[in-house]
Design a protein around this ligand. Structure first.
Ligand SMILES: *Cc1c(COP(=O)(O)O)cnc(C)c1O
Length: 414
């Protein structure tokens, strides 16, 4: 029982080491990723993984829950302080599970969801046909204005009156602008629909007050805990007190069994970190860095969806500047020099999701490493250099060396 991982399973231990080394030696710019602290890692790798605790603190179906009750209560308390919602459920295993919990609590199979189209920045769990949400519910989708790249709220209001949804979903994975939560809340109210604001990507920015909060403008708010909030992999649901029991029973027993208490412990620790002034400074810097990145890329002639960003990511649309370069090509060329991004569909996409015409680039993880606008500017130029000359060996070697230098100067873990 006490043998070290390296003895028990060298293959897994070695892959874990190599993954840690990959994170140290490359620039992680996938907008949904981040690096958690050693404290969050430690909390996640604990004996809490052994414990069954179906139910909620103080009302479990198993004995021996006094200590995990405390952990879950701390996570709930801290989340309440961070986001200010009446009620919080910290048990969803992921952001998708959090959305499932809200759908199960708020609507019935066959009811209508109105959500942002995936190629316009939405998420699979907002009603895509390959996801349960697209299979259980009738799905209508809104899009961004093809000219401006912004959600057109007048058009959305009109569409809502037309399709009479039961639930309007706001929030996104690849939309570089803030949502007008109040406006969407009013649109949902007008057609007597619930409003779910999915803040998966911006949980940390909202908690720090550098991005508007939907709390108060949405009946339900869902989030991921491993993105900008840096609290380890998982999901969270927030709602008004009136929906608390429905949400709790939709999560357990509705759609999950026992909670992952080791992950709930990670959430508790990450939330405590997020309550410090340091975290506020971090979140501000994430946004400053993204805006510095947008400036450089635009300067270098690249088109950005909505021409910029309000938050932690930019979405490069390659069709204007590099019509023959696909998102997949750009992702591969950047990955080759150690800059890890993801290919991404863009509004009005004509290529397949495996190919795409865009790349999404985010700053949360590099900001965690200590990057400021100056370093981000350097990285922005490297990105533009590689996109301009993806097959040029000299460019690649130079970019690769610069990435090595940056990684050495800004270690993830000491
Ligand atoms: C990341 C994300 C989720 C949740 O993803 P999981 O991988 O299930 O944690 C949900 N909604 C949006 C908008 C997202 O970006």
């Amino acid at each position: 029982m006490s043998n070290h991982l390296t003895e028990v399973d060298p293959a897994v231990a070695d892959a874990v080491d190599r993954e840690r080394e990959r994170q140290e030696s490359t620039l992680g710019m996938i907008a949904s990723e981040n690096h958690v602290s050693e404290a969050v890692l430690a909390a996640q790798g604990t004996a809490l993984t052994n414990k069954y605790a179906e139910g909620y603190p103080g009302a479990r179906y198993y004995g021996g829950c006094e200590h995990v009750d405390e952990v879950e209560r701390l996570a709930i308390e801290r989340a309440t302080e961070l986001w200010g919602a009446d009620h919080v459920n910290v048990q969803p295993h992921s952001g998708t599970q959090a959305n499932m919990g809200v759908y199960f609590a708020a609507i019935e199979p066959g009811d209508t969801i109105l959500s942002l189209d995936l190629t316009h920045g939405g998420h699979l769990s907002h009603g895509h046909h390959v996801n349960f949400s697209g299979q259980l519910y009738a799905v209508e989708q809104y899009e961004v204005d093809p000219e401006t790249g912004y959600v057109d709220y007048d058009a959305l209001a009109e569409q809502a009156r037309e399709v009479d949804p039961d639930l309007v979903v706001s929030g996104s994975s690849a939309y570089p602008r803030e949502f007008d939560w109040e406006r969407i809340g009013a649109i949902a109210d007008e057609v007597d629909a619930y409003h779910l604001a999915d803040i998966a990507h911006v949980t940390g920015l909202v908690a720090a007050g550098v991005h508007a909060s939907p709390v108060g403008h949405a009946d339900f708010v869902t989030g991921s805990t491993h993105k900008t909030i840096r609290a380890g992999r998982g999901g969270i649901i927030m709602c008004e007190e009136a929906y608390a029991d429905d949400v709790d029973s939709a999560v357990f027993p509705g759609s999950q069994g026992g909670p992952l208490l080791h992950n709930v412990a990670g959430k508790a620790v990450g939330f405590a970190e997020a309550l410090t002034p340091d975290f506020e400074a971090y979140a501000e810097r994430v946004v400053d860095n993204a805006s510095a990145l947008a400036d450089v890329l635009r300067e270098r002639g690249l088109s950005l969806v909505s021409d910029g960003t309000d938050k932690h990511l930019v979405l490069v649309d390659l069709r204007d500047s590099h019509p023959d370069l696909t998102g997949a090509d750009a992702e591969a060329a950047l990955s080759d020099v150690g800059i890890v991004v993801n290919k991404n569909t863009v509004p009005g996409e004509t290529r397949s999701p495996f190919v795409t015409s865009g790349v999404r680039i985010g700053t949360p993880a590099l900001t965690t490493r200590g990057f400021g606008p100056e370093e981000i500017e350097t990285v922005g130029h490297l990105v533009a250099d590689v996109i301009d000359a993806p097959d040029d060996g000299t460019t690649r070697d130079r970019a690769s060396d610069a990435v090595d230098d940056l990684c050495e100067s800004f270690p993830v873990y000491e």
